[in-house]
Design a protein around this ligand. Sequence first.
Ligand SMILES: [Zn+2]
Length: 67
Amino acid sequence: MTEAITIPEGEDFAVCSCGNDVMKDAFATVDASGNEVEPEVGGGWVGHLQCNACKAIANVLGGKENS
Ligand SMILES: [Zn+2]
């Protein structure tokens, strides 16, 4: 599975390879199985977003916001 959803270098907001972004259909914060969770790192959310347009799921924090 390719990472459809990414946060472009230097940007704060995710975009999807289908053309969706936060100003269009936006994204849901989900777990790896696609269940909606609160968007709090440490509160069950580890960085997955689901595109509301094409339903792709990707971990946008993977390898980016490692603390
Ligand atoms: Zn999409």
